[in-house]
Each structure stands twice: as C-alpha cells, then as structure tokens.
Design a protein around this ligand. Structure first.
Ligand code: NAG
Ligand code: NAG
Ligand code: NAG
Ligand code: NAG
Ligand code: ZN
Length: 965
C-alpha cells in the first residue's frame, strides 16, 4: 500500500505556518478493523438441516486449532474459482447493500487431518443439501470424508469444518461454498464507494484486501505464503464494467434470479497471494495505451476521464514500468496494467496485481486544479505501486512481520521511478525531507520499535495493521537507500535481480535479500567492514539510530543512541547494545574525502583532524541514517560558512545542519540557541530544502509557544527573515503573475507566502486576501493551484463566516478531489470557535465529510491553535463512538491521537491524556495503542523542554530581532 492520507501542512496552520503542501506528508496508513469483533464474537452454530444434529464442540478456549490466528500447515491451496455478484442498489426489504458469491477451492493435503480451517469474516453461508456450510469432494475420485460439523469461528475469522474421517496427504480436494456478504461502506474487503455525478448518486463496488480482508469477500486461505491461481467471474448490472486482476476474457448477458445481468470472466491469474486480489464494478470510463504488449489503462469517473484527468497518469505509467523492468531486469509479468481512481479509499493506493487502486487525489491530475505537490505525489505513488508489481507481488514476503522490507523498498524506489518520469524535479533529494527527517522524529523515542518483528509476535489482524507505520515505510526506505549507496547502485541492483529471479512467484524472508546482495558484493570490488547481514542487522534488529560525534581536534569519532528525551529510559535491551555499523561519507571544506566506517563505539580517524579555518561535514547528502554532532569549533566554522557563502555546503546538507542542530538541541546535546543560529543565514537562502527543514523544526516552536509570550518576538524575527524570500518571489514572478520554473522553487514560493502571511507581513496578507475576495466577487478563481492551499487557509483565517461558508460551498461542489482536499484543509484555519466546532461535527457525518477524510480533518483542526482544545475535547467525548463506528477501516487512530496531542505541553494536558487512557481502557485504542503511550512520552518531554528553554528562546528572538531590525 502507499502511504495513507497526506496532510498538507500548509494548511493547518494559520497560526503555525506551514511548510505546506510541499511535501506530501505521509503518515502511515492503517487499515483498522476488527473493532466489531468485540461486539460480535459469539459463535454461530451450524443449523442442523438435513435432519442431522450438529453439535458444536464445547469451547475450551485457546487450545483448539480454530482458536489460533495462524492456519495449520495441513492444506495448501492450488486454485480458486470465485463468482461474485455485488448489488449496487440496496435490498428492498433489508435496505442492506449485499454481494452474493459462490466459491470453489482446490487444495492439496500435505499432512493428514480431519479438520479444515479456511478464513472467512462477516460472510453468511447458505446451508447446502448436506446440511452444512460447505461441500467437500475429492479430485480423481479418491474417497472423501463427510463433514461432521461446520461453524464460523468469529474471533479468529474462520469457517471451521470438522470431518468424520481424514484427508490424506498427497490427495487433492475441492471445497464448495455459497455465501452472502454485506457490501458495506467500511473501506475493507469487498465494499461500496458512493459519489454524485450530475446530481445523481452512484455506487461502485471495489475491494481493499490488504492485509487480511480477502476473507471478507470469499472464504480463502488468507495468508501471503498460500499463493494460488484464481479464476474470477463477476456478475454485474447492464451498463457497468467489471474489472479484476486478470484480463477480461468475455462478457455475456445472462438471466439470474429473474434479472438480466452481465457476466464477465477473467483470465486465470498468475500464482499470487490473496491480499493482492481486486474486484471492481463501476460505470467508469477509461483511456489506454500499449507499450511492449502491455495494455495500460487508466479508469476513473466518466467526467474525470472526459476532462483529461487520467492523462498524466497514462503518460508516466509506461516509462515508469519500463524503468522498473530494467531496474529489476525482469519483464512485467502480466499482459495488462490497470489503474483506477476510487472516491472512497482508505490508504493512498493499493498494489493489487494488475489492477491498482488509488485515492482520486493520488491518480487524477488536472492542469488547473493540481499543484506541483499534487503532481509529485501522483508520480511517486504510481512509481511506488508499480515497484510492488515485482517486489511484493512477484516475490512476496512470507509473513507480515517482514512488511517493512516490502513497504520500505517501494518507498525508496518510488523516488527512482518518479525521477525517471520527471527528471527535472530532483525528486530523489526529497526523500531526505519526506522520509529520513520525518521518521527520525518517531525513531528517536523510546517507544519506537525495530524494523523487524518476530513472526510469532505478529498474529492478530490488529497487530498486522499496526505494522503499517512510519517505521516500516520511511525508516525502511531510509536504510535501504543507505544500503544501496554503500554497496553502489550496480551491486545493489545485481543482488536484487538475482533475488527476484530465484524467488519469482514464491515467498521469502528478509534475509534472503541479504544473501543475494552478499553474493553480488562477493563478485564485486566493494569493500565492506562486515557482511551485509551483520551491517544491516544493526539497523534492522534494534530500534533507533545513532548520533555520530566527530571531534575535529583529535579525530575521535563516537556514536551514541540518539534519544529526543535525554532522560528517557530505554527498557528494551538490544543484542547490539545500541551500536551500529555506520558508513560515513564526508567532506573537508568543500572537498569530498574517502568514505569511512565506524564499526565500534568510538574510533580515531586521523584524517578527520582539521586545523585552521578548515571545516568538516559528515553524512553527505544524508545517505546515512544517523545524525551528526561536532566539537564547538567545527560547529562555529560551519555556521560561519553558512553565513558567509552558504553555497559551499551542498543543499541537502544545509537542510541537514538545520535539522540536526534543532534535534541535538531537543536532546540537550547542544544549546537551543545554537540551533536557532542555523536560521540566521536563511535571509540569504533561496533554496527549498533548507527552508523546509527550518520550517519543519520551527513548527515545534510554534506548537510550544503559540499560546505564550514568546510568540510575538518569534513572529517578528521570522517575518524579518522571510521578507527577502517573499520579495525575491515577487520579483522573479513579475509581481506574482508567473509561476517559478523549478519544481523546488515552486515549493519554496509556497513557503515564502505561508511564512510571510503567518508571521503577519501585511503585503502578504493583503495579497492573499485580495485574491480570495476577487474569487468571491467574480466567482472566477484567480489563484494558481500551487498557492491555493496557503492562500485559502490564510484568507479563511483572516475572515469570518462569509469566507468560511463560501469555501464550504466550493468544497461541497468541487468536482475534483484535489481541489476539495485543499478546501477541506483550509476550512480548519478559521479562528472562530463555533465554526470549528460545527466543522468537527461534520467529520463524523459521512454526508458532509467522507469517512476516509475524517481523521485528517480532525488533525487539521487540531493544528490550528484555536482548534486544538476543541478537537481534543471532541475526540475524548466521542472516542467510544468514533472507535466503534469508524473502526472498520476508515480511521487511522494513531495519526488521530498523535495529531490532536502534538501541542500538549502542560501538566494539565498530561493529566487529561492519562485520564483518557484510563477511561477508555475497556474500549481500547486499536491501532492507536502505541500512539497513546507515545503521546504521553512526548507531552512529558515537551513540558521539560519548555521549562528549560522558554527564557533563553524568548531572549534570543528578542535580541535577534533588534539586530536584524
Ligand atoms: C475451476 O474451473 C476450471 C475450469 O473452468 C476447472 O477445470 C476446475 O476444475 C475448477 N476448479 C474448481 C475447484 O472448481
Ligand atoms: C448475516 O446474518 C446476520 C444474522 O442473521 C444478519 O444480521 C446479517 O444482516 C446478514 N448479512 C447479510 C449480508 O445478509
Ligand atoms: C501527456 O503527453 C502528451 C503527449 O506527450 C502531452 O501533449 C500532454 O500534455 C501530456 N499530458 C499531461 C497531463 O502531462
Ligand atoms: C536483463 O539483462 C540482460 C543482460 O544485460 C539483458 O540482455 C536483458 O534484456 C535484460 N532483461 C530485462 C527484462 O531487462
Ligand atoms: Zn506499498
């Protein structure tokens, strides 16, 4: 899956500025389900049709095979024949949207057994003529035991069949079932999505199986290693199109249940995992092209296709697919590649093999409405999903505990694929802001966790869901980028290619990749201090990362586990004692030196002794997953270099110096004012990455101080720093009439406007309010798509109910999700508490705000200094409701909890948080469990930080303003 929703920071902020839409902030997605199970876990006994009494075994808890979450290793599926019929209109009597299905699975018995367990969740079975939920037959007329009893084990999500004799090792059997499921709006399994087209409400049926919801569509052995072939048939209404993983082989008109309907059959799939299946019925249109016999199609709502919104995706898919074929040295294994935009979708996108599903904003591009940030997100998500076609789909990790490798890999190479499509963007640099810096923040907490989990620790669906977090995605991407760099790209791809070749259509564990990379290293000139396995274990098996300290007077280089809160206690032991094998790329006064390794707690590297005016800079381009600290003298030489001629330091490292300094200060390794000093040179900085890095860090200052007396002087200082940047853009855009040329320059223009307006630069505020007023007066929107997020936010913050209601109307009537998203975020910027409270109510009303957008809207509101406490009160008061009603896949609870508590920094807030944890212990926090503890830890750290820093920071801003003024 791709990163879930993204918060364009730009927005929440009219108090906090915003870094903006620039970088799609990913916040990992999570498919959350299973909350229903608590209310729903009674066992439903078989009805005793056919005159036979069925007794369900006395439930002796937890020792029966059906009480285990993992399947026994007795049966292995070969293929399934599945026919599904989703109804796009509610049943007239029950008002339920349903689907009906018939499935037949052929499996081989690999160990004698008298028990069949097959996953099934929320499906109702037809009792067949044998009085049971299923019919069993043998292939090749072997004898077949009869089914003694059949029932649904709700907690572990099984259909259980007890036999009165044994299935025999080596024999094949077929299991037949008929069932009905609800086509709910819960974004998981086979579900419905609803949208309005030309005033008419339309329903489509679609799927999201990953990780464990294929079992909600049909009974299946729903584990990634149980790959099989699938023959899929969909029954659908006339006038609709049916899609699945395979190519459609034909559509016929049939009469069923007294209705004339269409029946579309699909080519047999390749051997694949259940979580990659997809079934979709819609009235969509599409565009297509063919590249080397692969048929590429983009599907979307008819008006979206007619407006050309699929064109960009179609343009870049072919080149990206070709790029990956070459990168993996492996031909795309399917005859077609469909990509489809779904109005209601929980994650960002899902890599179903041959039929990739996307949120509309992640696939549809519109020249008028889409910003460059939207465009970048489309390119990177398409690349991410296409990368999975091989890494994940062709070769699949054996179990979910290795999810990080699948997602980390795709999150790394998505930048390579997007770079292929848009070479002028320098998008590869942005991984530093988008993944490395972002995940540092999470991985510096003691509540972090290692990338790799033990197979036995990941059992329940909720545990699997929890793995879809920033660590798996962004830390995974960061360490793989580091690995690819120190191996060299040639060696990395060579190992990768032989790995894919050996395991095609099979399953692996992560060490299989290390083995193939090692083989590639062994036949190359690359010289490593240890094996790939030993080096990588230090990064994969322990949480966190080091801060490497270089004393340039002695050449002493040492490492230490970097913790944001220096007083925090690490209670999880590590077999590596929190030491890493660290590759160090570095330069001296602008000249790149030979890379070094730090393989011990400390070492003396004599080449790193620098004298005189020479300075040393380590972790070039931040390819290493660590922070760097220096002796005072080197720090002041680096600051001096920034202040005199900042271009001698590579741009990514200018961003790094700012980010490292602020975080070292948070951890009390250097003084906070030293970190603030890295921002002095920004009045001369025009590049995006350092500014973005500074804004990301100052964001914390805004959160901590926007309710205190530090706020005023901080505003004054930042306004004076950003004014030259604002004027620079005014000049190069001929008084705001042109679009800056470079991708990064376009991003930084947004930063300039956001920060200038948010720090009260009058010229900026007049500018944006003027544009917004012009829009309201003429109904013609004069604002360039790149600037809309920040302009809307600032204008709504400055305005009242009139501006808010105008934007709300535009939101409700937006025909492109990308525009609706910008408005939805900006609506959270108002300073009127009553508008914010009303808006909060809308977040849990699916008629106002789609379920998929509920969490992020609440988070936007919480980012607003006025909305913070309102959002927190709302979440606390509604927790039970949100948790139970929105449990089925739509809310990402960890984002929600982290989002609403980000600003917490008082004793009172800490008490409230603890109370919240206690009060809801019974209901639980699902995928947000860890986030509650992280929030408590963060709040305590914030309290301490404010106490220690407030006076100094106030003085520094006050003095700095006097100097600059
Ligand atoms: C599935 O269908 C194929 C051909 O249509 C048939 O050969 C096979 O036996 C069927 N398998 C099962 C499990 O019904
Ligand atoms: C399944 O059965 C339960 C219990 O009878 C019923 O409440 C539910 O509506 C049924 N679901 C469908 C989709 O028919
Ligand atoms: C897609 O490619 C065509 C042909 O190169 C080009 O004219 C068109 O502008 C492109 N569309 C988009 C949205 O990039
Ligand atoms: C794989 O590499 C070989 C040798 O370089 C090349 O001939 C072949 O075309 C490549 N295959 C693909 C699918 O890229
Ligand atoms: Zn993914």
């Amino acid at each position: 899956m791709a990163k879930g929703f993204f918060i364009s920071k730009a927005v929440g902020i009219a108090g906090i500025f915003v870094g903006i839409a620039a970088l799609s902030t990913i916040i990992a997605l999570s498919v959350v389900y299973s909350q229903e199970r608590s209310k729903n876990n009674q066992v439903s006994p078989t009805d005793g049709g056919g005159g036979e009494t069925t007794t369900k075994p006395t439930p002796t808890p937890s020792n029966e095979p059906w009480d285990q979450y993992r399947l026994p290793k007795t049966l292995v599926p070969d293929h399934y024949n599945v026919t599904l019929w989703p109804r796009l209109k509610p049943d007239p009597t029950t008002q339920l949207y349903i689907f009906k299905g018939v499935s037949s699975v052929e499996f081989e018995c690999v160990e004698d057994t008298d028990l069949i367990l097959i996953h099934s969740n929320k499906l109702n079975y037809t009792t067949l003529e044998n009085g049971k939920f299923a019919k069993l037959s043998a292939v090749n007329s072997a004898s077949v035991p009869s089914i003694r009893s059949s029932w649904l084990q709700t907690e572990t999500q099984y259909l259980v069949l007890q036999l009165d004799g044994k299935l025999v090792k080596g024999q094949r059997y077929q299991l037949y079932t008929e069932f009905t499921g609800e086509l709910a709006d819960d974004l998981g399994g086979f579900y419905r999505s609803v949208y309005t087209e030309n005033g008419v409400q339309k329903v489509l049926a679609t799927t999201q199986m990953q990780p464990t919801d294929a079992r909600k569509a049909f009974p299946c052995f729903d584990e990634p290693a149980l790959k099989a072939y699938f023959f899929i048939t969909l029954i659908h209404e006339q006038g609709t199109v049916a899609l699945s993983n395979g190519r459609e082989t034909g559509t016929t008109t049939v009469s069923l249940d007294g209705q004339t309907v269409l029946k579309t059959e699909f080519e047999r799939t390749e051997k694949m995992s259940t979580y990659l299946l997809a079934f979709i019925v819609s009235d969509y249109d599409h565009i297509s092209s063919t590249i080397d016999k692969v048929n590429i199609r983009i599907f979307a709502r008819k008006p979206a296709i007619a407006a050309g919104q699929g064109d960009y995706a179609l343009n870049i898919t072919g080149p990206i697919l070709k790029f990956f074929e070459n990168y993996y040295n492996s031909t795309y294994p399917l005859p077609k590649s469909d990509q489809i935009a779904i109005p209601d979708f929980n994650a960002g996108a899902m890599e179903n093999w041959g039929l990739i599903t996307y949120r509309e904003t992640a696939l549809l591009y519109d020249e008028e409405f889409s910003s460059n940030s939207n465009k970048e997100r489309i390119a990177t998500i398409i690349a991410h999903e296409l990368a999975h076609m091989w890494f994940g789909n062709l070769v699949t990790l054996r179990w979910w505990n290795d999810l990080w490798l699948n997602e980390g890999f795709a999150s790394y190479v998505e930048y390579l694929g997007a770079d292929k499509a848009e070479p002028s963007w320098n998008v590869k640099d942005l991984i530093v802001l988008g993944d490395v810096h972002r995940v540092f923040a999470v991985d510096a907490l003691t509540s972090s966790h290692p990338l790799s989990s033990k197979e036995e620790d990941i059992q329940k669906p909720a545990q699997i869901s929890e793995l879809f977090d920033a660590i798996s995605y962004s830390k995974g991407a960061s360490v793989l980028r580091m690995l690819s760099d120190f191996l060299t790209e040639d060696v990395f791809t060579k190992g990768l290619q032989s790995y894919l070749q050996q395991f095609a259509f099979g399953n692996t564990v992560y060490t299989d990749l290390w083995k193939h990379l090692q083989m590639a290293v062994d036949t190359s000139a690359v010289d490593l201090p240890s094996s790939v396995n030993d080096i990588m274990n230090t990064w994969v098996l322990q949480m966190g990362f080091p801060v490497v300290t270089i004393d340039t007077s002695t050449g002493l280089v040492s490492q230490k586990h970097f913790l944001l809160d220096p007083d925090a206690e690490v209670t999880t032991p590590s077999e590596f004692n929190y030491e890493w094998i660290v590759p160090i790329k570095w330069m001296k006064t602008g000249a790149v030196q030979n890379p070094k390794w730090l393989s011990a707690k400390s070492a003396t590297i004599s080449e790193m002794v620098t004298g005189g005016s020479d300075w040393l800079l380590a972790n070039l381009d931040v390819v290493g997953y660590y922070r760097v600290n220096y002796d005072d003298s080197n720090w002041s030489k680096l600051l001096n270099a920034l202040n005199t001629n900042h271009n001698v330091i590579p741009v990514i490292n200018r961003a790094q110096l700012v980010d490292d300094a602020f975080n070292l200060a948070r951890a009390k390794i250097i003084p906070t004012v030293q970190a603030l000093e890295t921002t002095l040179y920004l009045k001369n900085e025009r590049d995006y990455m350092p500014w973005e890095s500074a804004l990301n860090n100052l964001d914390f200052f805004f959160l901590m101080f926007d309710r205190s007396e530090v706020y005023g002087p901080m505003q004054d200082y930042l306004r004076s720093q950003v004014t030259p940047l604002f004027q620079h853009y005014k000049t190069i855009t001929s008084n705001w009439s042109e679009v800056p040329k470079g991708h990064m320059d376009q991003y930084n223009q947004v930063n300039a406007i956001s920060l200038a307006c948010n720090t009260g630069l009058k010229e900026c505020q007049d500018l944006v309010q003027g544009w917004f007023k012009q829009w309201m007066d003429t109904d013609i929107n004069p604002i360039h798509a790149n600037l809309r997020s920040t302009v809307y936010c600032n204008a709504i913050a400055a305005g009242g109910a009139t501006e808010w209601n105008f934007a709300w109307e535009k939101f409700k009537n937006a025909t492109i999700a990308i525009e609706a998203d910008k408005l939805r975020a900006a609506l959270a910027c108002t300073k009127q508490p009553w508008l914010l409270n009303r808006y909060l109510e809308y977040t849990v009303d699916p008629d106002q705000i789609r379920k998929q957008d509920g969490t992020s809207t609440i988070i936007y509101i919480a980012q607003n200094v006025v909305g913070q406490s309102l959002a927190w009160d709302f979440v606390r008061a509604r927790w039970n409701y949100i948790f139970t009603q929105y449990g089925g896949g739509s809310f990402s609870f960890s984002n929600l909890i982290n989002g609403v508590t980000k600003r917490f920094s008082t004793e009172f807030e800490l008490q409230q948080l603890r109370q919240f944890k206690e009060d809801n212990a019974e209901v639980g926090f699902g995928s947000g469990t860890l986030a509650v503890d992280q929030s408590i830890e963060r709040t305590q750290a914030n309290m301490k930080w404010i106490e220690e820093n407030k006076a100094n920071v106030l003085k520094w801003f006050t003095d700095a303003t006097k100097v600059t003024a």
